[in-house]
Write a protein that binds this ligand. Sequence first.
Ligand code: BTN
Length: 261
Amino acid sequence: MNEVEFKEAIDGLALEKTAFQHSVGSTNDVVAEWARDGEKGLALAAADEQTRGRGRAGRRWLTPPGSALAFSLLLSLDVSPDTALLGRASGLGALAVSEALERLYGMASRIKWPNDVLLNGKKTAGILAEAHWSGEHLQALILGIGINVASDSVPPVETINFPATCVEAELGRNVRASELLRAVLEEVIAWRSQMQSPEFIRAWQSRLAYMEQNVRLNMGTDRVIEAQLQGLASDGSLRLRLPSGELRNFRMGEIQITPID
Ligand code: BTN
């Protein structure tokens, strides 16, 4: 995507501040700087290439030029912060991407909780939600969204621990990244004030991957157990039935799930 296409994509959207760069370290860092400067309202930074893109759990995220969408939104908080807010922000990004793919291309994606968007079981988009603190006060959320659009954005097999793909490979034709960006932004704008509503949780849950299937829970430090995925709790945490029969909710960061084939 170039700057002209970016400007067309965001035309008329309710964004307080925007920036497009051909190449940047990480768009999450761009909006973190804005948060430090006291930026209020919804702000958006996008780039055609990231040289130090970050994924969850300290992983790298590749954004080679001309092949992907990489953008970050700064969401000033008009909801009262709670411990599950970051998880719900991840869900907001994933839901927005999933809905945009369906609306534009009729594609049925699934969300691997909390935030990976899968097409045909393979990862196509990831979300990195980060909190911005001012002292003890949670001031803003940073929602970084990366979408593999063309094949160059799909990471080499030896560098990943989950199968990956891109929108064009699954759709079988080229897409305009800028129209996908606009559709995702429209969905984020529509849902962002409802992150604590039951409708939001229901919409997120309706797109969850592996519903009522057994998944493997990686709880860190070699603890792996199997459990059945039951859906979302009202705060967006993941509800699982453990082998003991007990139902337990897990928050983002506590576990990683993988399907059992
Ligand atoms: C993940 O699945 O691990 C999360 C990937 C998040 C990638 C996006 S691309 C835009 C923003 N800038 C970054 O450095 N990361 C996020």
